[in-house]
Design a protein around this ligand. Structure first.
Ligand code: GLU
Length: 521
């Protein structure tokens, strides 16, 4: 499709009143995918008409989260574009001009009713079990009356003149046909008494002026759509297509909220989830390719995404599935990429540089340790470690293999390679160290390791097995206590690699320390 023929323009229009949450990010993602798939444009617009609730902090947070997710917008804050400004507070002249057109065409009117009167009216309607609705009193004011009140500066709003008869229809790509009786709709406010536009008015004016072709948003806005359709028609704007996305529910099937735990994108970012893994999971909240395939790269999502396959049914946010998808994405990251990611986590936890020096450069099994140059060349990663430490971390990562599922677990699963201040599992100590025969065995193992000249995996294993043979015990009788002594845990990667990667000095030290600490008399 030639560029000039492509009129697909979609937008994500967050209000900067809090964090970017899972639901908002899913909306942004679907817009982004649709734009990228069709070669259209993805616009970011900040809807800050609610002056009391909008904050600069939230605005910055939304931008940061969008950038971290890689949901790059074509037009909007920081990027500009032909239809700016892209923040509603900078567009008030436009809203006032459009409101004036409606007033001039007798499609809207000034309303001077006081908040007290509106409150009493609402109360009376509720008493009569009628839907609360403005009674239209100010619609009947004469031009002179209006001019007089305006000149006196009487506080006022501008209301849309809703037809009393007939119905409004629209078609939603996801949900199908909708029809609403006009009689049930209100003469809703377009411009508030502080001069700011309401959401329903600003959103229509902006979507039309930004030439938005498809409105893809959460179905919490479905009930606003009839009013918006009225505005499109009355203002003579082109009608966009609508696609309302299904709700996202928590595990208890109620609408996803803070009660279900953290749902902000910043939370996942701070815990080192992979942006592409998170996007993959968010894509599945309301969309599926064939009902089977669940793992998608960003590129594949762009290729496969389609509005037609969005489900009407609410989606359930399942944390363990999100984590599984993230771990599958981590598997696909190159070694160099993993080194960089793990390094960032270690760094953040103050585990770099390591508390102790380990020299593994010579004797490690070269088959498993990647070439230093290869690691460096794979990508221009920002390594903050010495070459020696990069090599050790590369080996740790290889040895860990698929045990490393989520980066947030890095301190817990490999912290002992970097600090002596690691968590010790008391149950593991009770099971494997607190026995009278253990201290002398740990000391003997330490003696053997001390003597070892080439501290490579093969030799380290042989020493332990030979000692077990001499002591006439199964190798496991040494392996389990050794693991707890060196790592504080009941599970670890291959114990002989752990010994090598901790280095001779540290391994010997920890074995002796365990012997001393847990000697039961
Ligand atoms: N600012 C609105 C919100 O954050 C956008 C709604 C829309 O996309 O029309 O919910």
């Amino acid at each position: 499709m030639a560029d000039s023929e492509n009129h697909i323009r979609v937008r994500f229009a967050p209000s900067p009143t809090g964090h970017l949450h899972v639901g908002g990010a899913r909306t942004a993602l679907y817009n982004y995918l649709y734009a990228r798939k069709t070669g259209g444009k993805f616009i970011l617009r900040i809807e800050d008409t609610d002056a009391k609730r909008s904050t600069v902090e939230s605005y910055k947070g939304i931008i940061e989260s969008m950038e971290w997710l890689g949901l790059n917008w074509d037009e909007g804050p920081l990027r500009g574009g032909d239809f700016g400004p892209y923040t509603q507070s900078g567009r008030s002249v436009l809203y006032h001009n459009e409101a004036q057109k409606l007033i001039d065409g007798e499609k809207a009117y000034y309303c001077f009713c006081t908040p007290e009167r509106l409150e009493t009216m609402r109360f009376e309607m509720e008493e009569k079990k009628l839907p609360p609705k403005y009674d239209g009193r100010c619609e009947g004011l004469s031009e002179v009356e209006v001019a007089e009140r305006l000149s006196k500066g009487v506080p006022h709003v501008v209301r849309f003149k809703m037809p009393h008869e007939g119905s409004v229809f629209f078609r939603d790509i996801v949900r199908g046909e909708f029809s609403f009786e006009n009689g049930k709709l209100d003469d809703f406010v377009l411009i508030k008494s502080d001069g700011r536009p309401t959401y329903n008015f600003a959103v229509v004016v902006d979507d039309a002026h930004m030439k938005i072709s498809h409105i893809i948003r959460g179905d919490d806005h479905l009930s606003n759509t009839p009013r918006q359709v009225h505005l499109y028609r009355t203002l003579g704007y082109n009608m966009p297509k609508f696609a309302h996305l299904p709700m996202i529910l928590g595990s208890d099937h109620s609408r996803l909220s803070k009660r279900h735990g953290a749902t902000s994108i910043a939370y996942y970012r701070n815990r080192h989830y992979l942006a592409d893994g998170l996007l993959n999971y968010l894509a599945l909240l309301g969309w599926s390719f064939d009902g089977k395939k669940e793992l998608f790269t960003r590129k594949a999502l762009i290729e496969k995404f389609s509005l037609k396959k969005i489900s009407k049914n609410p989606a359930i946010f399942d944390n363990s599935k999100m984590e599984w998808i993230n771990s599958e994405h981590l598997k696909e990251v190159s070694l160099a990429g993993k080194i960089s990611l793990v390094q960032d986590v270690l760094d953040e936890e103050d585990l770099l540089p390591p508390e102790f020096d380990v020299d593994i450069t010579k004797p490690v099994d070269l088959k498993i340790v990647p070439d230093r140059e290869e690691i460096k060349e794979t990508k221009s990663h920002n390594y903050k470690m010495s070459d020696k430490e990069i090599e050790r971390l590369a080996t740790i990562i290889i040895v860990l293999g698929n045990r490393l599922k989520l980066l947030k677990d890095v301190p817990a699963i490999i912290g002992y390679f970097y600090t002596d201040d690691y968590k010790v599992d008391e149950e593991a100590v009770r099971m494997h160290l607190l026995r009278s025969e253990i201290p002398s065995r740990m000391n003997k193992l330490a003696d053997e390791y001390q003597k070892l000249r080439y501290f490579d995996r093969k030799s380290v294993e042989k020493v332990l097995r030979d000692l077990a043979f001499d002591l006439e015990i199964a190798a496991g009788e040494l392996i389990h206590p050794c693991r707890v002594a060196l790592t504080g845990k009941i599970v670890s990667p291959d114990i002989f690699w752990v010994v090598v990667l901790l280095g001779k000095d540290k391994s010997v030290e920890r074995l002796r320390k365990a012997a001393k600490l847990y000697s039961v008399t």
